[in-house]
Design a protein around this ligand. Structure first.
Ligand code: FEO
Length: 435
């Protein structure tokens, strides 16, 4: 057999496979027309993909037309179009549903529209903005329909119903339900980066790790929205879940919904009870920031409504704290200023918070310094980026604190606790005032 060309490899999606890029039957009316990407080792920079991923796209045939649900990453356009052409003629395609417009699902849209410019493109209300950016000055050439929860599109004897499910994973995301077959197309939701040409969850290798790893990095920051999406999905009859990455969940699909419910649940609610949880993290070079941390801790702990915890980040391993922070109500970071910056372990922990929802959590910063003391403002700026609420201007003390300054720290802790329990008027510092 002659060696595969680059074009062959892209078309097949699998450099070891000799199979033609043909569609795969999902049901009698639904065909998989996606692409496999087994060589991918890193997705969106942040995710490791030990055996690659897939970009699942589907063709749904009704008596009055064919709908294409999502497309693939741009470099797999050839394989996608080959499968699509084997599934339907371009003149048969009436509808293009874009459940999510991140490039891994819209890379083939421009080519598809070249061949089928007549299709009606169905997107969520916020999907329109991304579609406009994708199509640029050609946007007005196409027919675009904005769809919301409950809206339907008829393909004759098949009906697509839409569920607006923002933030699973981008603000534009939606799910599409094929009513007559109880099949839910969920794009990133219930997906995972797991590449296996056998496609179906009852046939592929063990993908449990990939499923949870994907949830941790893609869905976890948006838990509150995942809960809203589950509320919409759970009442549906579900025979199959067809995500746009990883296995198609045709065996026990409800278990995956139940598992998502478990993954979005609070883990430590019973530990904290009705109290508000305040976590204080610190690093100290000469003990001065540690003194401040203990004083902030003592002041906050006077409030019976707050459960205060104190952690020295000198232990270096910050990942386990991310779980705690996810369920905490408030965070305070103590860092000295070293070479004009906060300490690396503080940055490591703050960087790790990208995987969780920190919006609205109370944040505060403090630290001792020798000369310039920039670290506190830097940490506050990061908290602003994390959409946290910073009610108190950060506390900076030159060298070791005096007894009077320690009392300021205790009072700082008291005020943070009062903000958490709602016994003080809620306030938020204007970041323009933070220096
Ligand atoms: Fe698979 Fe958020 O794109």
């Amino acid at each position: 057999m002659p060696p595969l060309t680059t074009s062959d490899r892209q078309a097949l999606g699998n450099p070891r496979s000799t199979a033609s890029p043909l569609p795969v039957s999902v049901t009698d009316r639904v065909q998989w027309i996606g692409a496999l990407d087994p060589q991918l080792r890193n997705f969106d920079i942040i995710l490791r993909t030990a055996n690659g991923t897939s970009y699942n796209a589907y063709a749904v045939r009704g008596s009055n037309g064919v709908a294409v649900i999502d497309t693939v990453k741009q470099e797999f356009t050839e394989a996608f179009l080959a499968r699509l052409e084997a599934a339907a003629g371009y003149d048969e395609i009436t509808t293009l549903v874009l459940n999510h417009l991140e490039p891994d699902h819209t890379g083939a849209v421009p080519e598809l529209l070249e061949r089928a410019p007549h299709v009606e493109i169905c997107v969520s209300p916020r999907g329109v903005q991304v579609l406009r950016a994708l199509l640029k000055d050609r946007f007005d050439e196409y027919s675009v329909r904005v769809v919301r929860t409950g809206d339907t599109i008829s393909l004759g004897d098949r009906t697509l119903r839409f569920l607006t499910t923002p933030y699973v994973h981008w603000p534009d995301t939606q799910c599409t339900y094929l009513e007559e077959q109880d099949l839910l197309f969920t794009c990133d939701l219930f997906g995972c980066h797991f590449c296996d040409e056998r496609l179906f969850n009852d046939q592929v290798g063990d993908f449990r790790f990939s499923f949870e790893y994907y949830f941790e990095h893609i869905m976890r920051p948006f838990k509150r929205y995942v809960i809203e999406a589950l509320d919409l999905i759970e009442p549906l009859d579900i025979a199959m879940i067809a995500p746009s990455h990883g296995p198609i969940l045709r065996s026990h699909p409800r278990e995956y919904i139940t598992h998502y419910r478990r993954l979005v649940k609070k883990r430590l609610a019973s530990e904290v009870g009705e109290q508000k949880s305040l976590l204080i993290f610190y690093v100290s070079a000469y003990g001065a920031t540690a003194q401040m941390a203990y004083a902030v801790y003592a002041g906050a702990a006077e409030n019976a409504g707050v459960r205060v915890s104190l952690f020295d980040l000198q232990v270096g391993e910050v990942t386990p704290f991310v779980d705690l922070i996810e369920e905490a109500d408030g965070l305070a970071f103590g860092t000295p200023t070293i070479n004009g910056d906060a300490v690396k372990t503080v940055w490591d922990l703050l960087a790790g918070l990208v995987d969780i929802d920190t919006k609205g959590k109370l944040g505060a910063a403090f630290g001792s310094y020798g000369w310039t003391g920039e670290a506190v403002a830097m940490v506050e700026a990061r908290m602003q980026g994390l959409k946290m609420r910073v009610p108190e201007k950060g506390l900076k003390i030159k060298l070791h604190p005096t007894e009077e300054e320690l009392e300021c720290c205790r009072d700082f802790g008291r005020r943070l606790a009062a903000q958490l329990t709602g016994t003080a008027e809620p306030r938020e510092i204007d970041f323009a005032d933070l220096t």
